[in-house]
Design a protein around this ligand. Structure first.
Ligand code: PEP
Ligand code: MN
Length: 337
């Protein structure tokens, strides 16, 4: 059961609910969001359901939830979560195109890419300063210098940016620069990191672990939500299957499945799923048709020189063409882009 408090509820109202739960031998998981507090009631379902929760001061509603993940479920919140970041929006009938280099390599590379994707119509810039590399000898990112360059690009091109955070000890640093934090596929089940970004008041993109089921992914999102950060965006970025023609297999069906199960926005990463430039455009187009709330695409002004993921980066001109097609698709589907 989840007990949703009214927006005006005071601490004493919350305390009374927690005390009532304790009195019937149950535990309370409190999640203090920006607009309201929600309390997850853990214990004997029958006993919890018998309580007249709505009669208590400050309680808006009590929702029975069957799933192990509660806060991110549709049962808990029937209406879609809509996230606003600066002038950009994710969800609520707005398709959010996010694009930029996989990694920030230099000011010139970042600024050329940011200008191109902005002019083409992207609303959020991507670019990482900390890279999770398979080999410890590969380029690991420019660290804080990369974040500084991203902050300058935000200013110059008037677009918020998303950057990956790899380590719980670096959450504060990345959050002090980035508008949106991203948890990569390798860290989807890093529960210490999830809890840490759950304490930040900035949206978080949570990529699906490449071997994770949808249930495991939603439970990971629950770790963030539970700490009070309710602005979570799910990113389908492909899963590992027996197929070798693509880097990973984009699980396109995950989008409508998630839409049914959860109120959180979900976007697609056609770059890291396919790993091949010629597959990015068709998969990006599929994102809008299947009901995703956006995409995140790698773009590089000279992919052949890229330090990371050059094989999958679109050229700025290819991204521009993709965006023209996306605008047509959005119009056909009655969506804003
Ligand atoms: C990325 O987006 O740059 C990235 C490393 O993605 P993933 O975690 O999905 O591999
Ligand atoms: Mn990458």
């Amino acid at each position: 059961m989840i007990i949703v408090m009214k927006s005006w509820a005071e601490q004493e109202h919350i305390d009374k609910v927690v005390q009532r739960l304790a009195a019937i031998g149950c535990e309370a998981h409190i999640s203090v969001g920006q607009s309201r507090t929600v309390i997850g009631a853990i214990g004997d379902r029958e006993v919890i359901q018998q309580q007249p929760w709505r009669a208590m001061a400050g309680v808006e509603r009590a929702v029975p939830v069957e799933k192990p993940y509660k806060f991110v479920s549709r049962e808990f919140q029937p209406e879609d979560t809509v996230i606003k970041v600066g002038s950009a929006q994710i969800g609520g009938g707005v398709f959010a195109p996010m694009a930029g280099p996989c990694a920030v390599e230099s000011r010139d590379q970042l600024f050329r890419t940011a200008q191109a994707v902005r002019e083409a119509g992207a609303t959020i810039l991507r670019g990482d300063a900390f890279k999770p590399r398979t080999s410890p000898f590969s380029f690991q990112g420019l660290a804080e210098e990369g974040l500084q360059l991203l902050a300058e690009a935000r200013q110059e091109f008037d677009m918020p940016f998303v950057a990956e955070v790899l380590d719980p000890r670096e959450v504060e640093l990345v959050a002090s620069y980035a508008d949106i934090l991203r948890i990569g596929t390798r860290n989807m089940a890093n529960f210490a990191l999830l809890s840490e970004v759950g304490k930040v008041h900035k949206p978080v993109q949570l990529k699906r672990g490449f071997t994770a089921t949808i249930d495991e992914w939603l439970n990971a999102a629950e770790y963030i939500y539970k700490e009070g950060n309710h602005e979570v965006v799910l990113v389908e970025r492909g899963i590992r299957t027996f197929e070798t023609a693509t880097r990973n297999t984009l699980d396109i069906s995950a989008v409508p499945v998630i839409k049914h199960m959860s109120h959180l926005p979900v976007i697609i990463d056609p770059s890291h799923s396919s790993g091949r430039r010629h597959l990015v455009v068709p998969l990006a187009r599929a994102a809008i048709a299947v009901g995703a709330d956006g995409f995140i695409v790698d773009v590089h002004p000279a992919p052949e020189t890229a330090q990371v993921d050059g094989d999958q980066a679109l050229l700025p001109s290819e991204f521009e063409e993709l965006m023209d097609q996306m605008r047509n698709l959005a119009a056909a589907l009655d969506l804003t882009i």
